[in-house]
Design a protein around this ligand. Structure first.
Ligand SMILES: Nc1nc2c(c(=O)[nH]1)N[C@H]1C(S)=C(S)[C@@H](COP(=O)(O)O)O[C@H]1N2
Ligand SMILES: [Mo]
Length: 254
């Protein structure tokens, strides 16, 4: 997946294709050939989505970081939207007990399928970052997020070499996925803390996904399980996320 040579070759071809006239067509074919197509290609965003994804992945393979902010730039009010309290009796019971029975399953293409408790996740070295959350609905807010890098948890479970996507399921039924570049990005966190406190319930307690380089809806709240796969078509209609099935681009890089 992170094959530098292949990417260089891809970029060279993209660049030479851009010099010609049939840019979108040629780049689209090349993106497909080099495996740089998102699961929802052919959807509403069609060729445009594929090109954005391919160009980001080819150009940005050095993993650029999302901007980080100072503590005095943290938003006084951070909206909580969509689900703010899952209607799930098991969740609500566990919430009353401080999430002591919460478990995050990590399975699929891993050497050691594992169930992580909140306490186990907190035992890994924690990482904090102050980043901006940008919602597709037209608002943004800055917060400090604390958690364990997703890469640490994936490494603990032992990713198998053929892995291509990481799927996430939530208590309220939302689901989405990331490719390995975003899954292993140093700013992709399983966040259990916000602004120095436990992650509040309206913001996805006890653990949410925080993806520095993807737009709002990719930052899933109320995580319940993670599955590593080489085939994004196995979920729903095969577009990689619930959002993509409703017309939102699977790849929402910023
Ligand atoms: N499980 C789940 N994750 C979710 C959502 C949701 O309703 N359920 N909403 C998404 C959207 S569109 C945004 S902008 C953010 C909102 O996070 P916040 O409520 O902490 O601001 O969570 C995202 N992740
Ligand atoms: Mo959003």
């Amino acid at each position: 997946m992170n094959n530098l040579l292949t990417r260089r070759r891809f970029m060279k071809r993209i660049v030479s294709a851009s010099a010609g006239i049939a840019v979108p067509g040629a780049a689209f074919v090349l993106a497909k050939r080099y495996g740089l197509s998102p699961p929802d290609d052919g959807g509403l965003f069609g060729v445009g989505s594929t090109l954005t994804y391919a160009a980001h992945r080819a150009l940005l393979y050095r993993q650029p970081m999302a901007r980080e902010f100072r503590r005095d730039q943290i938003s006084a009010n951070f909206p909580a939207i969509n689900t703010t309290l899952p209607e799930d009796s098991e969740y609500l019971e566990d919430m009353k007990r401080g999430f002591q029975d919460w478990k995050l399953t990590v399975d699929g293409l891993v050497a050691r399928p594992t169930e992580f408790s909140l306490a186990q996740l907190k035992r890994y070295p924690s990482h904090s970052q102050i980043t901006q959350h940008i919602c597709e609905q037209g608002w943004s807010a800055i917060a400090e997020w604390t958690g364990v890098p997703l890469s640490v948890v994936l490494d603990a479970a032992g990713i198998q070499p053929q892995a291509k996507y990481v799927f996430f399921m939530c208590v309220d039924g939302w689901w989405d996925s990331l490719d390995m570049a975003d899954a292993f990005h140093p700013q992709t966190l399983l966040a259990y803390g916000m602004n120095g406190r436990d992650l509040p319930v309206p913001h996805g307690a006890p653990v949410r996904l925080r993806v520095g380089r993807q737009i709002g809806y990719k930052n899933l709240k109320y995580l319940s399980s993670i599955t590593v796969t080489d085939n994004a078509k196995e979920w729903g209609k095969g577009q990689g996320s619930e959002g993509a099935e409703h017309g939102y681009s699977w790849y929402a890089g910023i």
